[in-house]
Design a protein around this ligand. Structure first.
Ligand code: PNS
Length: 166
């Protein structure tokens, strides 16, 4: 249908973006005309990366996904963000049953609040073990997460977190 734009939101903290996120956003971009990657954050809580840094890393990671853009929102309900953006769906990746148990009540609550639908994509098994928090812990103690995060994120993590020996 000409003139109709389908838009979804991929929400998260993205502190920082991982290859698992990139996989889900890229696949959402094949299903919708536009994907808005929404960095939702608490203005009173400091992350590992500032919101501007998270947006910059997302922009670099999603360079090859022309119909995805990243926007940050402080202290907002996801359903209000979706309404403001004119998005009809939330897209999330599921790494397994634990993710599903965590995500299902949120999907039902969001549906209850405004009727917005949540679409779950099965996570790429290559990234089943990948989360922002786990990669940060591994890097902090000197482990190698190359291949699990974009190269720019790898460099940023090393600078921010890697501890010297001893
Ligand atoms: O990357 P994360 O930390 O798993 O993302 C969680 C996030 C930001 C998607 C979730 O906490 C969220 O939707 N927060 C916005 C506030 C909100 O709408 N809460 C009610 C959810 S039913």
């Amino acid at each position: 249908m000409a003139g109709v734009t389908s838009r979804c939101v991929c929400p998260g903290s993205y502190d920082p973006v991982t290859n698992g996120h990139v996989d889900v956003v890229s696949r959402a971009a094949a299903l919708f005309d536009e994907v808005v990657v929404a960095v939702l954050y608490n203005a009173g809580k400091e992350g590992t990366f500032t919101v501007d840094e998270r947006l910059r890393l997302l922009g670099e990671a999603l360079e090859d996904v022309p119909n995805a853009r990243s926007v940050a929102f402080a202290d907002r309900l996801l359903v209000d963000v979706c309404r403001e953006l004119g998005a009809t769906a939330i897209v999330k990746g599921l790494r397994g049953g634990t993710d599903f148990a965590y995500e299902l009540p949120m999907a039902l609550m969001n549906k209850h609040l405004t009727g917005v639908e949540t679409v779950f994509l099965p996570g790429n098994p290559s990234y089943e073990h990948v989360s922002s928090s786990l990669v940060k812990e591994v890097v902090t103690y000197g482990g190698d997460v190359s291949g699990l995060v974009p190269d720019t994120v790898l460099a940023a993590l090393g600078e921010r977190l890697r501890r010297g020996p001893g």
